[in-house]
Ligand binder design. Sequence first.
Ligand code: KG4
Ligand code: ZN
Length: 350
Amino acid sequence: MPLILGIESTCDETAAAVVADGVSVRSSVIASQIELHARYRGVVPEIASRAHIENILPVLRQAIDNAHVALDNLDAIAVAHRPGLIGSLLIGVTAAKALAWATGKPLIAVDHVHAHMYSVFLAPGPTPPGPGSFPAIGMVCSGGHTALYLLNSLAQIILIGATIDDAVGEAYDKVASILGLGYPGGPIIDRLAAEGSATAIKFPRSMLGRESLDFSFSGLKTAVLYHVRGFQGRQRDPRTLSAQELRDVAASFQAACVDVLVKKLRRAVRATGARSVLVGGGVSANSGLRGALAGFDVPVLFPAAAYCTDNAAMTAGLGDLYFRQGTFSPLDLEAIPHSQFVRAQIQSIL
Ligand code: KG4
Ligand code: ZN
């Protein structure tokens, strides 16, 4: 039963976790930086890297203590080394290398976006799909990513669609800022939307052509800005909105986001004949999205609530798969800020 330590520092959460057998989470510690970034209504990279430096050792210690294991009992150290903010990535990658060197345990490099898709397998989540569930479509929707992947297995992942501007979580955060709400905006808008009318305002749904699997959310964000604050966002103070108007904007905005995500997912499933869908990333916590995908054409797996947003349990879990394959990294592993997906036009891979 492999015991893997996972380390995550790609953006604004410093996290460490110990996972047994790829699914059983023995500990999962997350030091959130939300309070530090809230006044800027978004992540400030330099502040994030400094906070990672302060948090990394206490978080690692706590993850090891909570799991009641000794460093010696670990089988490997997995770290998210791409994609993310370079200053943030460097802290986790450096800590992982130092630990691997000091303990003589193997180092395993994990892609953060792959890990979000793996998060659906962490207990207490849904039963992992068997080989009959592949090919699967992975949809990662978070603050930094909105993309669709074709997974022939967990080890063979092809990018088939991505946002051409904002990520959907970023749109939630910006709309929350337009409405004068807090940060991060996703959970706040999700809560307000439950009490508003989804049909009160007809916001645009950008589909980018009949076949496209790409996304665009910046037009929707601007439409909300103009609706709430008037032309060019300068005519009206959002504080003049009534509580019900606020809820209706939230519900109508959420309906537009969910509509687009579900339609693109359906396109991808139909184009590839996928047998299941794995949804990951912060926006996979969204109640509107979960409701809209209940009873979808093929089984849809979501992560347990604790593993939707950034965490290290998903890093350790996917690290377990690489450990079993014997896929290890040298100690000069680099932190890489961008994704390294092979992008394919859907027509060319079918
Ligand atoms: O996966 P994550 O922690 O970080 C990235 O890898 O980007 O996702 C954070 C994003 C934020 O934009 C946040 O507003 C959004 O996920 N989010 C939500 C919800 N919970 C978090 N968006 C919509 N509905 C939610 N319930
Ligand atoms: Zn993430």
